[in-house]
Design a binder for this molecule. Structure first.
Ligand code: GLU
Length: 428
């Protein structure tokens, strides 16, 4: 479990906050263990296709604003591209590239028949009206439509997009295709082909991963103090499900700050407060701290469920948890990942821990294509089966190669994609 490979010349060390370099670092470490040759590495690492689009959108005040967006398709060897679309001011090509590659590895780790893709639009949704967001979403869908399709590329929600965004994408695509095509996106509202359990799926997967990791290291939920960074679809629902399992949630945050109570937060009350007020501010039974202090808090389990690059060379030496379950994509930089491994902190990596969302997206896509919908019990039990089995495969691989869970997850994922690559051969 050593990190002797942390070479000063490694690009991921020099540009710590570039997510694509962090992804490449994880990829190459695993590829070394698998003995992959240069040719396959190049094929599997680089995205297959990158589309950059500009979209003029009429704003409410009558002016026209031009937005930039991306859809990057990393790999389709195992099936259609799958992955979310995020709306955020700091979206950039290397971020979307990394996120699209992580989707390839994520779908492979849980062995669902998809490749990976990701989309992003540079915008600040907090400053936009619903009408402006709808026009932007429809313009983006039209701009990337040539490369979408239920058998080609199937988007889903990600940061600052949700069920309503997916409904607009489904409608825009369907109006052009001249037939209602529900399987074009997942994470839709139930009334238009969404799946029961999809909304909670990522948080549920985080909870299942935490349970499995706890069993592995001999801890019990009731003795586990948890810090959750984020309170959105992943952090909020993850915290709620962990609370139901008996974990003690001592801190949770939103973009404005965090709340802390060493005795444990009443999570349903926190989430109700958040729904009613739009922020954690003002919640009474807790102390309020700036976000910069949250990751220093005492805890046994840390769930980073906000965004990339939160655990870095600056805090990886001082954070206190025994266990980290990554709800967000890329919350730990490659440099920090090595430090955590050296410190013996167990990390359930993003491509495994947050794969519950895309797993139920897969169920949604299957249900849409069958036109036959499952009960929530069936969805949740199939999700649990996949998460538990994937966790077991990754932890067995970690033992076999004597590596951390992140490297093991990459090994499982890359090996599956490389096997398909060898089987299919080169078309040209
Ligand atoms: N955006 C989610 C993720 O990063 C879900 C992707 C999907 O369901 O396709 O995993």
């Amino acid at each position: 479990m050593s990190s002797g490979h942390a070479l000063a010349t490694d690009p991921a060390m020099q540009d710590e906050f570039n997510p694509f370099l962090s992804m490449a670092r994880g990829f190459n470490t695993a590829a070394d263990h698998l003995g992959l040759d240069e040719g396959i590495r190049d094929v599997l690492q680089q995205p297959d296709r990158e589309l950059k689009v500009t979209m003029p959108v009429r704003m409410d005040d009558g002016t026209v604003k031009v937005f930039t967006g991306y859809r990057i398709q990393h790999n389709t060897l195992r099936g259609p591209c799958k992955g979310g679309i995020r709306f955020a001011p700091d979206v950039n090509p290397d971020e979307v590239r990394a996120l699209s590659a992580w989707m390839t590895w994520k779908c492979s780790v849980v062995n669902i028949p998809f490749g990976g893709g990701k989309g992003g639009v540079i915008c600040d949704p907090r400053t936009m009206s619903t009408g402006e967001l709808e026009r932007l979403t429809r313009a983006y869908t039209i701009a990337i439509m040539d490369i979408l399709g239920p058998d080609r590329d199937v988007p889903a929600p990600d940061m600052n997009t949700g069920e309503q965004t997916m409904a607009w994408i489904m409608d825009t695509y369907s109006m052009h295709a001249r037939s209602t095509t529900t399987a074009i996106v997942t994470g839709k509202p139930l009334s238009i082909g969404g799946s029961l359990g999809r909304r909670e799926a990522t948080g549920r997967g985080v909870m299942i991963s935490a349970n499995e990791a706890l069993k592995m290291i001999g801890m019990r939920p009731e003795n586990t103090r948890v810090v959750v960074q984020g309170s959105g679809n992943v952090g909020g629902i993850g915290a709620q499900l962990l609370h139901q399992e008996g974990y003690r949630i001592v801190s949770i945050s939103d973009m404005y700050g965090c709340i802390h109570n060493t005795h444990g937060l009443d999570v349903p009350a926190v989430l109700l407060h958040l729904r009613e007020n739009g922020r954690l501010d003002g919640f009474r039974e807790a102390e309020h701290l700036p976000n910069t202090e949250q990751l220093d808090l005492d805890c046994d389990l840390l769930v980073p469920a906000a965004t990339e690059n939160q655990i870095t060379s600056k805090n990886a030496n001082t954070i206190k948890p025994k266990l980290i379950v990554e709800g967000a994509n890329g919350p730990t930089t490659a440099v920090a990942s090595d430090i955590l491994t050296d410190r013996g902190i167990v990390v359930v990596p993003d491509i495994l821990a947050n794969a519950g969302g895309v797993t139920v997206s897969y169920f949604e896509w299957v249900q849409d294509r069958m036109g036959y919908f499952w009960t929530e019990e069936i969805v949740n039990s199939r999700l649990e089966q996949i998460m538990v089995q994937s966790f077991a495969e990754v932890s067995t691989t970690a033992k076999k190669y004597d590596v951390c869970l992140r490297t093991a997850a990459y090994i499982v994922a890359i090996d599956r994609v490389a096997t398909v690559y060898r089987m299919r051969g080169l078309f040209s």
